[in-house]
Design a protein around this ligand. Structure first.
Ligand code: ZN
Length: 79
């Protein structure tokens, strides 16, 4: 298995959607190829960051400032 094969299977590997033989080949390659290991680790971390991040709710003060600014801008919204 070559580096480009690893990259080709990377998404499925991280998804744990590969069949065991292919997975074993990739892990064997990762055991001796630092470059691919870095790519796999980095990609995995990136995926975890994306999966764990939720849109942050606006803090009330920011929400109020935004509301005030919109109210002033529109000039006719009162609440
Ligand atoms: Zn490699």
């Amino acid at each position: 298995m070559k580096c480009k094969d690893i990259l080709k299977e990377l998404a499925d590997y991280l998804d744990e959607a590969l069949d065991p033989d292919l997975r074993a080949s990739i892990e064997h390659h990762l055991g001796k190829c630092v470059d691919c290991r870095v790519v796999v680790d980095t990609t995995r971390q990136t995926i975890q960051i994306f999966c764990n991040s939720e849109p942050a709710p606006l803090p009330p003060s920011t929400r109020q400032r935004l509301h005030d600014a919109l109210t002033r801008k529109l000039g006719r919204v009162h609440s």
